[in-house]
Design a protein around this ligand. Structure first.
Ligand code: ZN
Length: 286
């Protein structure tokens, strides 16, 4: 499985640079990286390398070992509003003898055409009074806090799954035009759902938020460890509690239309090291 993955990397011609003196091989996927993608960085190290560190876009990278070999991996979240351009990835390897070797690689982030979506809502759902604005601000602060508390262990295993089978009714990243006024980009994917349909956790993790919020209604956030979180919004009922461990596929609650919503659906979102990324790029992870 491991060797298959490596050969795929080599065959696809992914930037695969070799630092001869320490034989540090670095490769990443997908080959063309766009705004909102999850970038998987694989590093194959020589024997005798004790630790690996890295940096990208001013954030420290921490690697985890893939199986028991000498292959290390980290996931980088490319926020949907990252400026397109070329960014430097720095990887440092430290050997047992204390020698540090640095590799520098250029990662190009391409612009993605997310498109736009016009939505008409009753004015009172768009124009918020002062009290509601304050409530929304407080809620945003509370949710933002979650992204700052990254667990160093990885709780997910294997592939991620869609929380339910519904079709996409509003894609990731579209520019929302509410009652003719341009608003924020859509930071998740809206999936069609029947009222009361079961919503399942995309992978194993720990529930870190159960709350009813102004915009997202009854909401659940699952922490999968290592800075990766999935979000499930507008539920009609929540069946889990904060602090509870959940398995992949475990029911978190039932679909609904709570919060600012015009009909039953699931808003499914993903955060990776505080970057808003496309949930469908999570499904592509091996
Ligand atoms: Zn949504």
């Amino acid at each position: 499985m491991l060797s298959v993955f490596l050969s795929i990397l080599l065959l696809s011609g992914t930037a695969f640079a070799k630092q001869k003196e320490v034989s540090l091989k670095v490769g990443w996927l997908p080959r063309k990286i766009e705004q909102g993608d999850i970038c998987v960085v694989n590093v194959l190290v020589a024997k005798g390398i004790r630790s690996l560190t890295g940096e990208f876009q001013g954030k420290d990278l921490s690697f985890y070992k893939v199986k028991k070999g000498r292959l290390f991996r980290t996931l980088i979240g490319i926020d949907m509003e990252t400026d397109p351009g070329t960014y430097q990835l720095v990887i440092s390897a430290k050997s047992r003898s204390g020698k540090t070797v640095k590799g520098r690689y250029r990662i190009r982030i391409k612009e993605r055409d997310f498109g736009e979506q016009r939505i008409t809502l009753p004015e009172e759902m768009v124009e918020l009074d002062e009290d509601t604005l304050k409530q929304v601000e407080d809620e945003e602060k509370k949710v933002k806090e979650i992204w700052t508390k990254e667990r160093s262990d990885r709780l997910w295993r294997g592939k991620f799954i869609k929380p339910l089978d519904g079709e996409v009714i509003s894609p990731f990243g579209v520019r929302r035009i509410l009652n003719d006024l341009p608003r924020n980009r859509h930071s998740g994917v809206d999936l069609e759902a029947g009222m009361g349909e079961e919503i399942r956790s995309s992978n194993a993790g720990i529930v870190v938020l159960v709350d009813e919020l102004y915009f997202s209604g009854k909401s659940v956030v699952v922490d999968h460890g290592r800075g990766l979180y999935t979000m499930y919004f507008h539920l009609s009922r929540i069946d889990v509690e904060e602090g509870q461990r959940v398995k992949k596929g475990e029911v978190l609650g039932l679909a609904g239309s709570t919060g600012r919503s015009t009909g039953p659906h699931l808003h499914w979102g993903v955060r990776l090291h505080d970057a808003r990324v496309d949930p469908f790029s999570l499904l592509k992870l091996k």
